[in-house]
Design a protein around this ligand. Structure first.
Ligand SMILES: NC(=O)c1ccc[n+]([C@@H]2O[C@H](COP(=O)([O-])OP(=O)(O)OC[C@H]3O[C@@H](n4cnc5c(N)ncnc54)[C@H](O)[C@@H]3O)[C@@H](O)[C@H]2O)c1
Ligand SMILES: O=C(O)C(=O)C[C@]1(C(=O)O)C=C[C@@H](O)C=C1
Length: 361
């Protein structure tokens, strides 16, 4: 990739622009608020000058509610060879693009799983995405060239590509991102009316769980409006857990020893379930299994082939942890190396064979 256009030079757009500029890509910056690209350019993220012609990749980093109209407008003026968005929700923007009659072959929905509670270019850093998962949601209609451009973007940002279908992505982030935001806000909201004497005692625990309560509400209204059902489902399960926990605490207040025992058991169960969940949270650089198994699949160099193999892996329920593509010199062919958890490899191989792929042993 030689040239890129970043639309929306806030936290995420400027962080991407800094990473790309730092690795030799000429990055053009634009935003509906002219102050933002000016600041981003001053930070070394790229240039405010408009590109001469079509760039290689347009990166749309605007709030979710504006993604579809922005991508569609860029496509209509032929701004780039490929278009990617980085929005925190994936099904809604795709549906809206489809309703607008946009070209879905040159568009790929993506979501870097890295961010901060602060907005704007001044919060941006070039290493924001280092080692973080970056979800890609190709479909069979995604052009191979566009998928390759986005894989290059992810690699240049030193992130780890993870392929998912948009609805599965939205359900997953409801649990790991959207519900935590609301729970953090709900807890921090209690501090709003608490006595000064109590607030003065805030220690590291409450700082940890309320950090993201400082996030921009406008952005989160957009995100939650595009994913309300899955978030409401998880919150109602948590509400049931809360009811149970309150019952256990009330039992602990009882004069009856047996009831107090039940209360303690209920609380212990919650804490132990919490320990087990927390153990599954990956470290900053991802809980990569010690070693991946490589499934090598020869492909022909024609539009849609890569997207098809990713979609077929998705249908097999297999997460692609990493991917490498070897291009055969002088031939319209290549070898795609899909890196997966060793336990997932046999199922992936069988499923891909069933779908007509040959596997290089
Ligand atoms: N903040 C995070 O932690 C995080 C993480 C991953 C992905 N995202 C996604 O990245 C995108 C950007 O989020 P951010 O945190 O960088 O927000 P931000 O508020 O820091 O930046 C958004 C920028 O987009 C500009 N903008 C808004 N509407 C526009 C339009 N129609 N045309 C051009 N520019 C427009 C704003 O002026 C602003 O500069 C969102 O879709 C968000 O869901 C955010
Ligand atoms: O660390 C933070 O500040 C974030 O909340 C980042 C976070 C997340 O939930 O992980 C927030 C929203 C995004 O879409 C992706 C990343």
């Amino acid at each position: 990739m030689r040239t890129a256009l970043v639309i929306g030079t806030g936290l995420i757009g400027t962080s991407i622009a800094l990473a790309l500029s730092g690795r030799g890509v000429r990055v053009h910056l634009t935003d509906q608020d002219p102050d933002q690209p000016r600041t981003a350019a001053a930070l070394g993220a790229g240039t405010e000058d408009a590109p001469d012609g079509a760039v290689d990749l347009a990166v749309v980093a605007v709030p979710p509610a504006h993604i579809a109209e922005t991508v569609h407008a860029l496509q209509r003026r032929g701004a780039a060879r490929g278009y990617v968005d980085v929005g925190s929700v994936k099904s809604g923007p795709r549906r809206e693009l489809s309703a607008l009659g946009a070209d879905l072959t040159s568009y790929l929905g993506s979501h870097p799983m890295a961010g901060r509670e602060r907005s704007g270019p001044l919060a941006a850093t070039a290493d924001l995405f280092d080692g973080r998962p970056w979800v890609l949601t190709p479909t069979p209609e995604t052009d191979t060239e566009v998928l390759n451009l986005v894989l290059e973007l992810v690699a240049l940002c030193r992130a780890v590509p993870v392929v998912m279908e948009a609805p599965a992505h939205d359900r997953a982030v409801a649990l790991v991102s959207h519900t935590p935001q609301l729970l953090s806000s709900l807890l921090a909201a209690r501090l709003g009316t608490a006595d000064e004497a109590a607030v003065r005692l805030c220690g590291q625990g409450i700082r940890d769980v309320t950090r993201i309560a400082a996030s921009d509400p406008r952005m989160w209204i957009d995100i939650l409006s595009a994913n309300p059902g899955p978030v409401a489902d998880i919150l109602s399960e948590i509400a049931a857990d809360l009811d149970e926990t309150v019952r256990s605490l009330r039992a602990l207040e009882s004069a009856d020893e047996a009831k107090r025992g039940q209360g303690a058991a209920g609380i212990e169960a919650v804490l132990r379930r919490g320990n087990a969940g927390r153990e599954r949270v990956p470290g900053k650089h991802g809980a990569a299994p010690a070693a991946y198994e490589t499934v090598a699949v020869p492909i022909t160099d024609r539009p849609g082939e890569l997207a098809r193999i990713f979609a077929d892996a998705g249908r097999a329920g297999v997460n692609i942890e990493d991917v490498r593509i070897e291009h055969a010199t002088g031939q319209q062919a290549g070898l795609v190396q899909l890196m997966v958890d060793p336990s997932a490899a046999p199922g992936l191989i069988a499923s891909l064979r069933e779908r007509g792929w040959s596997i290089r042993q």
